[in-house]
Design a protein around this ligand. Structure first.
Ligand code: S3P
Length: 168
């Protein structure tokens, strides 16, 4: 079973996932990187040349491939856009929802040309997208952790909570 990191763009899923994979001594897979490798194009080029729906189809295909593996898996923030993915992820226990203050996130992602769903968007647009998605992250999350301080303490919080739940 995979430890799956979910949450909005720019909350630090990849960095946290890499650290968590070291703690659990499991391989780390970043779903966005797997999509880029599979298609042979960078994310903005996939969106431009093939469309977001193509990106979402490959994202789903690779989610199915990885979710039953014994790995730490970081997903893209839009994984919850596809209702089928919600069904697939609900069957997985350890979905860790990483969340950060949306204003902090906005400043991180607005200028990132590698994130077509955030690049040059207004704060209102990003907040709308975030608000649309939080109930879906909540629906499939096993635990929610804030990543408002540093990565190490966030990783520690996840680890502590998984251990505590194992003991009950
Ligand atoms: C997306 C989030 C990105 C990536 C793609 C679309 C989104 O992943 O999958 O740009 O719609 O939220 P990150 O959450 O790692 O930025």
């Amino acid at each position: 079973m995979a430890v799956v990191l979910i949450g909005f763009m720019g909350v630090g899923k990849t960095t946290i996932g890499q650290q968590l994979a070291k703690v659990y001594n499991k391989p780390f897979v970043d779903l966005d990187s797997a999509i880029v490798k599979h298609v042979g194009l960078a994310i903005p080029d996939i969106f431009k040349q093939k469309g977001e729906s193509y990106f979402r189809a490959i994202e789903s295909e690779l989610l199915v491939k990885f979710i039953d593996q014994d790995i730490v898996l970081a997903t893209g923030g839009g994984i919850v856009e596809n209702p089928n993915n919600l069904g697939i992820m609900k069957k997985n226990k350890l979905n860790i929802w990483v969340d950060t203050n949306i204003n902090t996130v906005y400043n991180r992602i607005v200028g990132d040309s590698n994130r077509p769903n955030a690049n040059q968007k207004s704060l209102d647009e990003i907040k709308k997208l975030y608000n649309n998605r939080i109930s879906r992250y909540n629906e499939i999350a096993y635990i929610k952790v804030g990543n408002d301080s540093d990565v190490d303490s966030c990783v520690q919080k996840i680890h502590n909570q998984i251990i505590a739940d194992d003991e009950n």
